[in-house]
Design a protein around this ligand. Structure first.
Ligand SMILES: Cc1cc2nc3c(=O)[nH]c(=O)nc-3n(C[C@H](O)[C@H](O)[C@H](O)COP(=O)(O)OP(=O)(O)OC[C@H]3O[C@@H](n4cnc5c(N)ncnc54)[C@H](O)[C@@H]3O)c2cc1C
Length: 299
């Protein structure tokens, strides 16, 4: 596996863009907002909600962040104009977190304030562990002024139960996922079963305490755990939702929707799709295996 990972990282920059696009096609709506609108309309027509993500991470210049803010404001207008059942997901490093946290805060405030005008929800995605504390700090500031915001918690991080416990004090809306970045053992669980057990614990803790939870996974064992928890707690369909990534295990997605549960699909789009795909594959070559398996219909 290590050799496969090394090969992916080494070969990736040599792969021509059209081939990367071919591989990424099911997972990225396309380079334009129209592509994303089409994907969301498609999902909505199947009774599935969406969350729109303008691709781009770790901006190094203020102009890039200003452009990302403008793009998100346009997305918010489009959600209204096209009557889409969609909210948005944002990444703080795309909005200036690595440049200056105060500058980043001003940027996210602009987006969240505009979203609040139309009661559109804004999910703050969680990135690698170098920005976890900063992301939570800025989120807590936002939460003081706005109710249309929620955050992501990663079950592979050892700190996450403490984070959930703290965030419960302010009635936080959570997305719980396993976490996609490669993190060191000192701070992250490495055993997949422990990551799963922690996922279940985090979802159960948040739901038991009255928080709304997005249960974000394609792992059927965890979907089952989610169903068990909502059943045992006697929750209503409005108290939680399942979440999946665009193009991943559509069969499981349809099973969940047909059972009457709310489901939201994460729809990434934008001109930075190539950089996004390459970075994601380099960060976590395991994803390449998923793509290859999906292309060849393997499970
Ligand atoms: C809606 C949503 C939002 C997310 N937001 C964040 C975030 O803010 N921060 C963060 O760190 N992570 C985020 N993630 C990613 C998440 O942390 C996991 O890395 C990812 O979902 C894979 O974990 P899994 O629970 O699906 O389980 P796994 O055991 O990894 O996957 C289960 C099965 O799903 C399929 N699969 C999973 N991922 C993919 C993929 N990318 N392509 C193709 N097939 C796949 C495979 O068939 C695999 O066998 C998000 C995931 C979702 C669904």
């Amino acid at each position: 596996m290590r050799l496969f990972n090394l090969l992916v990282v080494w070969f990736l920059p040599l792969v021509p863009k059209p081939i990367v696009r071919l591989f990424s096609k099911p997972y990225v709506a396309g380079p334009k907002l129209e592509d994303a609108v089409q994907s969301v309309k498609d999902l909505n027509s199947r009774g599935i909600m969406a969350t729109l993500d303008v691709l781009g991470e770790s901006a190094q210049a203020a102009e890039e962040c200003a452009q990302a803010v403008e793009e998100y404001l346009t997305v918010l207008d489009t959600i209204q104009k096209e009557n889409l059942d969609s909210n948005i997901s944002i990444k703080l490093t795309q909005l200036g977190l690595n440049i200056d946290p105060e500058f980043c805060y001003d940027n996210i405030r602009k987006i969240v304030a505009k979203a609040a005008e139309t009661a559109t929800f804004v999910r703050v995605d969680m990135e690698d562990s170098s920005v976890t504390t900063l992301t939570i700090d800025l989120f807590l500031r936002l939460q003081k002024d706005f109710s249309n915001v929620g955050i992501v918690i990663q079950s592979y991080l050892r700190r996450s139960l403490d984070d959930v416990t703290d965030l419960l004090k302010t009635h936080t809306n959570f997305r719980v996922c396993k976490g996609i970045y490669v993190e060191p053992r000192q701070i992250a669980y490495k055993d997949p079963q422990t990551v799963n057990d922690n996922f279940t614990l985090l979802v159960e803790t948040a739901l038991k305490n009255g928080s709304y939870v997005g249960i974000a996974t394609h792992d059927e064992k965890l979907v089952w755990q989610g169903l068990r928890i909502v059943h045992e707690l006697g929750l209503k369909k409005e108290d939680y939702e399942f979440q999946m990534l665009l193009g991943v295990d559509e069969e499981l997605r349809d099973i969940i929707v047909r059972s009457g549960h709310h489901l939201r699909v994460y729809v990434p789009f934008g001109k930075h799709w190539h950089a996004y795909c390459v970075r994601r594959l380099k960060e976590n070559p395991k994803i390449a295996l998923y793509v290859i398996k999906a292309l060849f219909g393997l499970r």
